[in-house]
Design a protein around this ligand. Structure first.
Ligand code: GLN
Length: 198
């Protein structure tokens, strides 16, 4: 079974690990570049993108992830804050100024664009590419980033909500603005496990 790491600097790490295990992956947590060795995929969880960027900087974690992705085809799955870190552009980047991000996903995002913690909501999504596509997926949005623009022609929109993309795929890079690890439906994780297997 594919070996998938969960970036464990901050955020919803245990929840992703559980969902990945349920989807059939062998799961490890990753804090240092050396721990990327032998992985087929890496999840960058939700949490706080600024905190993760701060914790990643001293060990040059994001540079290492980018290199593994570009040179060895490491598959990537970013959720919420993870999506922010993987986006090529953040339109309100002030809080991340001076910090490295992973990049690689050709979209533009805006942080906290759905409102505060109190504006959190759950909605049923039609998601392309997952098993049993005809059955909607419950998606939780918590201080989520909005995908303002899909710049890359090879970025496929897998799901939309309120007129914006909320799940996208570009090659073996998957990203969602919501939290698939906080619900019991692991179909998006299963899709990522398949992508990681190549
Ligand atoms: N608002 C957070 C950020 O900007 C993301 C929220 C989340 O991951 N639940 O990083």
């Amino acid at each position: 079974s594919p070996r998938i790491g969960v970036l464990a600097l901050q955020g919803a790490v245990a929840e992703h690990a559980r969902a990945l295990q349920a989807a059939g992956a062998e799961v490890t947590s990753v804090r240092r570049p050396a721990e990327l060795q032998g992985l087929d995929g890496l999840v960058v969880p939700g949490g706080e993108s600024t905190a993760m960027a701060r914790l990643a900087a001293p060990v040059k974690m994001f540079e290492a992830v980018r290199e593994k992705h570009q040179q060895e085809g490491l598959a990537l799955f970013g959720t919420c804050a993870g999506l922010i870190l993987m986006a090529e552009r953040v339109s309100d980047a002030e809080a991340l100024e001076g910090f490295e991000r992973i990049r690689g996903l050709d979209v533009v995002v805006r942080r906290n664009a759905y409102g505060s913690q109190l504006d959190s909501f759950t909605t049923a999504l039609d998601v392309q590419g997952i098993p049993e596509q005809e059955r909607p997926l419950d998606a939780m949005f918590i201080r989520a980033p909005v995908i303002e623009d899909v710049a890359g022609a090879d970025v496929e929109v897998l799901a939309e909500a309120q007129g914006s993309p909320v799940a996208v795929r570009q090659g073996n890079v998957l990203a969602a603005s919501f939290h698939p690890e906080l619900t019991q439906d692991h179909r998006l994780h299963a899709h990522f496990v398949d992508l990681s297997a190549g």
